[in-house]
Design a protein around this ligand. Structure first.
Ligand SMILES: O=C[C@H](O)COP(=O)(O)O
Length: 262
């Protein structure tokens, strides 16, 4: 089955709401200037919560083809959860994708597999597509346990999901040792684990579900390495951190096919 590639830019805790409008406009101009086909390669920006309203206003007002993502959501929909952000609110703001289980949340905020699974369910309750992040530490990789580690994260996060839901989840394989380090996984490394994720989904559900689900790679993706990673059969896109803060560089990543055909 043909899976539509997705390039998502996770701004992390960078860019305030005023800078966000400039960044989004520059990104849109650059992509439009290159006649980017947004149906052929989806482009999503994932700003901090405080920027979502200004970015959504631009996307709606100027009819931009960019998709909007959020960096996290609460496992709960409403109530006494100080500091949490409800999926209900995100949906109302025009958010389509929501990151769940990013390693910076798992490691820095103690998010367990159970919390991640609850957040995946909260996303579905609110018609948001979970962009589920999985990936191993350097120690796990050095022990050669990366596939077993990621498989366990997949099993935990997909617990209780129907095949229909599972087919729409976007999984981002992000080896922790490659995030923000400039240490990019080789295309073979990315393919090994992305392929294993698809195989695990086939085992948990069926081939059609596994075939439909999109699997991204993340970790020091740049315009210079994206084409070789995207050429892997089980890689359907990229989750980009640092490089998404530069609109020209991020647009070049989104235009990875230009590198392939160049
Ligand atoms: O969410 C994005 C990833 O953590 C990758 O970040 P990076 O491209 O800065 O390595």
């Amino acid at each position: 089955m043909a899976r539509t590639p997705l390039i998502a830019g996770n701004w992390k805790m960078n860019v305030d709401h005023q800078q966000a409008t400039v960044l989004v406009q520059k990104l849109d101009w650059t992509l439009r200037d290159k006649k980017h086909d947004f149906d052929a390669v989806e482009v999503c920006v994932v700003p901090p919560f405080t920027d979502l309203r200004s970015v959504q206003t631009l996307i709606d007002g100027d009819k931009l083809s960019l998709l909007l993502g959020a960096q996290d959501l609460s496992p709960y929909d409403e109530g006494a959860y100080t500091g949490d952000i409800s999926g209900v609110f995100l949906r109302k703001l025009g958010v389509s994708y929501v990151l769940v289980g990013h390693s910076e949340r798992r490691e820095g905020h103690g998010e367990t597999d159970d919390v991640v699974a609850a957040k995946v369910k909260a996303a579905f309750r609110n018609e948001l597509v979970p962009l589920l992040c999985v990936g191993e530490s350097l120690e796990v990789r050095q022990a050669g346990e990366q596939v077993a580690h990621v498989d366990a994260q997949i099993v935990a996060a997909f617990e209780g999901l129907s095949a229909e839901q599972a087919a729409t989840v976007v999984v981002a394989y992000e080896p922790i040792w490659a995030i923000g380090t400039g240490e990019v996984a080789t295309p073979d490394d990315a393919q090994e684990v992305c392929g294993a994720i698809r195989a695990k989904l086939a085992e948990l559900y069926d081939e059609a579900t596994a075939d439909a689900a999109r699997v991204l790679y993340g970790g020091s993706v740049k315009s210079g390495n994206v084409a070789s990673i995207m050429a892997q059969p089980d890689v359907d896109g990229a989750l980009v951190g640092g490089a998404s803060l530069d609109p020209v560089e991020f647009a070049a990543i989104c235009r990875y096919q230009a590198h392939v055909t160049a």
